[in-house]
Design a protein around this ligand. Structure first.
Ligand code: ZN
Length: 1022
């Protein structure tokens, strides 16, 4: 009885959820006139608002999204500015837009309304009396829209080509969460009420219009049909477009007809209305038969002469997209599908009900993908009207799944995209559409920079908005499709579509349908893969063949307890497959028979696995799990069944080795592997010996506390001085060798978008330096602990670092001062411990030109300093570290052409660290304590390459307090190269040069490691 009552509760719960669902309805009538000389719309709108909610409404929120283009303070302008786009931010860059002339009436009476305090693209109508549940009212208003430049966002014009989207006053959605009013954004889409539209557009007669809805104007239907025949004839003739002899250039705009026309469109069960008008459009017309109802849907393609060749097959793409999306999800419910060539946007496209606008494509395959994707939004956005701003994956991700499936179905070997994108370079060819998604997801996840699929659109980083929301969603639903099988999966999607068509489904609604139809618990999908950044990794850990059976042990090495597919191979082909149901640690799968020669998991590569290296095992023999090696030039993709090794000739240079030549071998492919190596042995022509560097890292991506954890070891061996005679042996070239093991943790978790990056680093060092001090040699060992913080927000940036270092000499010999002919041990317990911190604040003081000012502070002290040689170059702190910089770089972190140079041009290459003085100087090194402050002001001229600097510092040299200052002019190119010219230098600093030339006072920095250690080609400099 207990069981039965549980079932009853479950049933009533489902029933009541369905019963509780309600949504509002809005029915519009709009008349609009296009003024194509001044780029204005003059409109009259009326809408009927039906309150189906159980609540009385006192107000209605209205979106006035053309106002997003009104000034530099709107949410749109701020979002674009934050991602580096200033087009709308600053006055005068481009035509802005707005909506005005509003005069709202409710049931024909004037009504009180006001703009939202924060967003001018939202307003609120205060209802004279509450609108009761079940009641309806009529709102009307005139409106005028200034159409902005089409280069800003989705509403706009380029010349007389018009994209009229989000253009009329429109109620926000009222649902169980209340009002969902939201400002217009570029990154973050829509949520609108369903209803009907009756729209009449008046414009010069020679415009071609693509729009939402069924065209009701007979003369216009005849006009389009005529155009379609003419375009078709032009294609057959090989001209591809209808030539207009009055135009010098086919892409010029013909003059607008004096005569105007009014065309009318009607549509129900949609939540938006968009239209596109261009006098140059060529028109193609086709028909798609729907797979279930056999109903015919009219398809239209409209494009400019410029793209006529590319678009000549567009009808096929429209027809096939309409067919496959209907087949997999449910029949298209409307009468027409239109794609228009949006000359405005480069790449990509944008969806509206019935009509989609397509950006420029470089080839036919790319055009097909974009058309298919945008047409597909008629299902995931058009008919399933989720709140895209909050659950963007429900339209973009589900649509990507269908788009990739379309490509796989229509073009089983669809590697053309990757072949074209990469043009065959770096071996990134022969990847199909699914592989491309897979690689981009694993790349960003491998860096520890991914975010959960279920993230608010505005909270995504721009990269994750594309890679996670679109691509990863597609991948996880491919996983589900593969697990359930196409038949069950399609049933799930069709039922989801049937139940939620023309409604606002949430993730929970989708999950309910999918679990009910598949009869599976989908926690692994919805709780883990969608709501978190947990990673998937399964492993074939053992294969046993006994008593006519082959038993496979599968281990879950990842963080997601999902299902896994196991396959048995024979002669290079999969002969049997089966699924292991969701499991957490270890599971067995048994195949009948012992005849297989290999076992793999995920043979279709449909599981978004982070680590594919452990997916295969032979059934017998030695080295069962070794993959085939593949040696490739430079860099490429890490292929699932192979061990890719990349190589490149290595060239290097420094003061002592002169020229170096060798080979670099590494496995930094895409996506990255858990274990990475980079080895670059080179022959030194200056030192006549083998030199080079190497680095090994092991990466972990924990589920919490750390975004990423890296264990590593760097090794370097180079010459440290020109060829010398040490008085004992023959001439030789001294060298240094170092090993630095390290651990680096990126603190924080991957959920949500954060402006804060924190790292914790531990590093050890062992180094052997010849000719380090007064020509001898030294063995040195030490360690450091560092905490770093970076906070960045649009116009501000803070960097903070605190570091504690300790080094100790193990042995130090002096060979030149010895008299007896044997080596002299100078000391074996010199030590130094220092702690220092730096804090910098950067502020973009001139936003229009992206011009920054930076203020930095540094302070450091030694708490143990015990070097026998008082002139030891191991002075812990220096104002600008002239001539001893390489010695200060105890852990061999930096790249110097003249690591130990004290004179000559390579000696002026310095890092901007420690005291941070921009003038090169001998003065101001101390083994006591030091504090400095540095100011750098970029000048908003010539892309900010020039700036002025000023530095001031105090230090204690053990006996007295001293200070120094300098000021001058800087020149910085990107963040790689800079040179500083001193104008003012304090006396002691200046005197330290003696008669040195001005050149010696300059300071040059070369930052050769812009990727922050992720790719170590710069190792070759040292
Ligand atoms: Zn999309």
């Amino acid at each position: 009885m207990k069981f039965l009552s549980a079932v009853i509760i479950f049933l009533t719960a489902t029933f009541s959820v369905a019963q509780d669902y309600w949504q509002q309805e809005v029915n519009y009538t709009i008349n609009v006139i296009l003024d194509d000389e001044r780029h204005f719309l003059h409109g009259e709108e009326q809408f009927e608002y039906v309150n189906n909610s159980p609540n009385a409404l006192n107000e209605i929120y209205i979106h006035l999204w053309p106002n997003a283009y009104k000034n530099g303070e709107t949410a749109l302008a701020e979002q674009q500015y934050a991602s580096g786009e200033t087009i709308l931010k600053f006055e005068g860059e481009l035509d802005r837009g707005f909506i005005d002339s509003l005069d709202f009436h409710v049931n024909d009476n004037p009504v009180e309304w006001n703009f939202d305090k924060e967003h001018i693209d939202i307003c609120r109508i205060i209802l004279p009396e509450p609108l009761q549940p079940g009641e309806r009212l009529a709102v009307s208003t005139p409106f005028r829209v200034k159409i902005p430049s089409g280069e800003i966002s989705r509403l706009g014009h380029i010349g007389q080509s018009y994209q009229i989207t989000q253009w009329y006053p429109k109620p926000a959605v009222y649902d169980k969460n209340g009002w969902n009013q939201m400002p217009y954004l570029n990154q973050g889409e829509f949520y609108s009420e369903y209803g009907s539209f009756d729209v009449s557009i008046t414009l010069p007669k020679n415009y071609v219009v693509g729009a939402t809805g069924d065209l009701k104007t007979e003369s216009e239907i005849a006009y389009l049909n005529e155009k379609a025949v003419a375009t078709k004839n032009a294609i057959e003739k090989g001209d591809f477009y209808v030539k207009d002899k009055s135009l010098a250039n086919a892409n010029d705009f013909p003059a607008s007809s004096e005569e105007l026309k009014t065309i009318r469109y009607v549509q129900s069960n949609v939540h938006d209305f968009a239209w596109f008008a261009d006098k140059r459009y060529q028109v193609l017309k086709g028909e798609a038969a729907l797979p279930n109802s056999r109903k015919m849907v009219t398809t239209w393609a409209m494009y400019t002469p410029r793209n006529s060749r590319l678009w000549s097959e567009a009808i096929e793409y429209l027809n096939d997209a309409t067919y496959y999306y209907s087949l997999w999800n449910g029949d298209y419910p409307y009468n027409q599908v239109t794609a228009v060539d949006g000359t405005i946007s480069a790449g990509g496209g944008m969806e509206y009900p019935n009509v989609t606008v397509i950006g420029n494509s470089s080839n036919a395959k790319e055009l097909e993908v974009v058309i298919v994707h945008e047409v597909g939004h008629n299902w995931f956005y058009g008919q399933l009207g989720s709140n895209e701003r909050v659950h963007g994956w429900m339209d973009e991700g589900m649509n990507t799944l269908n788009e990739v499936r379309y490509m796989q179905t229509k073009y089983p070997d669809n590697t053309e995209m990757s072949d074209m994108v990469f043009n065959g370079s770096f071996h990134f060819n022969d990847l199909d559409h699914h592989d491309m998604s897979d690689i981009s997801y694993r790349l960003i996840a491998g860096l520890g920079e991914d975010q959960p699929i279920e993230t608010h659109s505005a909270q995504f980083t721009p990269a994750n908005y594309g890679i996670v929301m679109y691509q990863k969603t597609g991948l996880v639903f491919f996983y589900l499709k593969d697990y359930l099988g196409e038949e069950v999966f399609d049933k799930c999607m069709q039922e989801y579509y049937r139940r939620w068509e023309f409604k606002h489904p949430t993730p929970a609604d989708m999950r309910t349908v999918l679990e009910e139809i598949s009869k599976k618990d989908l926690s692994w999908l919805f709780d883990d893969l969608i709501n978190t950044t947990k990673h998937v990794d399964y492993k074939v850990s053992g294969v046993k063949q006994k008593h006519g059976n082959t038993t496979v042990t599968v281990r879950n090495k990842g963080q997601v307890d999902g299902p896994v597919e196991v396959a048995a191979w024979k002669d290079g082909k999969v002969v049997q497959k089966g699924w292991v149901e969701p499991f957490d640690k270890k599971e067995y799968f048994t195949f009948r028979g012992e005849e297989y020669d290999g076992i793999s998991i995920d043979p279709g590569k449909d599981i978004p696995e982070m680590n594919r290296a452990n997916n295969y095992s032979r059934t017998s023999g030695m080295f069962k799990k070794t993959e085939r090696l593949k040696l490739e030039f430079f860099i490429g993709d890490n292929e699932p069944e192979k061990t890719n090794i990349f190589w490149t000739p290595a060239l290097g240079a420094n003061d002592y080795d002169n020229f170096m030549l060798g080979v670099a071998v590494h496995n930094y492919g895409i996506p990255t592997e858990r274990f990475n190596y980079f080895v670059a042995p080179m022959y030194s022509f200056g030192g006549n010996r083998l030199v080079g560097s190497a680095e090994f890292t092991l990466n972990y991506l924990p589920a919490r506390l750390l975004k990423k954890s890296t264990f590593g070891m760097s090794m370097k061996s180079y010459s440290s001085e020109k060829r010398i005679n040490n008085g004992m042996t023959k001439k030789f070239t001294p060298s240094y060798r170092g090993i630095t093991p390290f651990w680096r943790g990126n603190l924080g978790n991957r959920d949500g978008r954060t402006d804060l990056d924190q790292t914790l680093t531990m590093m050890g060092v062992y180094r052997f330096d010849e000719s380090l001090i007064n020509e001898g040699w030294i063995h040195l060992a030490g360690g450091l602990l560092e905490y770093g913080l970076n906070w960045k927000k649009t116009d501000h940036e803070i960097n903070f670092r605190i570091r504690n270092e300790y080094v100790r000499t193990l042995q130090r010999y002096d060979w030149l001062n010895q008299e007896s002919g044997s080596l002299v041990l100078v000391s074996n317990d010199d030590q130094m411990a220092r702690v220092w911190t730096e804090l910098s604040y950067k502020w973009k003081y001139f936003r229009k030109k992206n011009t920054w000012v930076e203020l930095r502070g540094f302070a450091g002290t030694t708490y143990s300093y015990d070097f026998d040689n008082p002139t030891s170059p191991f002075n812990p702190f220096g104002m600008s570290l002239s001539g001893t910089a390489g010695y200060q770089d105890l852990f061999l972190e930096e790249y110097y052409f003249g690591r130990f140079a004290t004179t000559g041009s390579s000696a002026i290459q310095r890092m901007e660290n420690m005291g941070g003085f921009k003038s090169s100087s001998w003065y101001g090194t101390t083994s006591n304590w030091m504090a400095t402050t540095n100011l750098y002001v970029e000048l908003p001229l010539l892309r900010n390459i020039f700036g002025i600097y000023a530095d001031y510092g105090v230090f204690h040299n053990g006996t007295a307090l001293n200070d120094a200052y300098d000021a001058g002019i800087g020149l910085r190119l990107a963040s790689v190269f800079s040179i500083y010219f001193p104008v003012l230098i304090s006396t002691e600093m200046n005197d330290s040069f003696g008669d040195a030339k001005y050149l010696q006072k300059l300071r040059i920095t070369l930052r050769l490691n812009p990727f922050n250690g992720n790719f170590k080609l710069t190792n070759l400099i040292n």
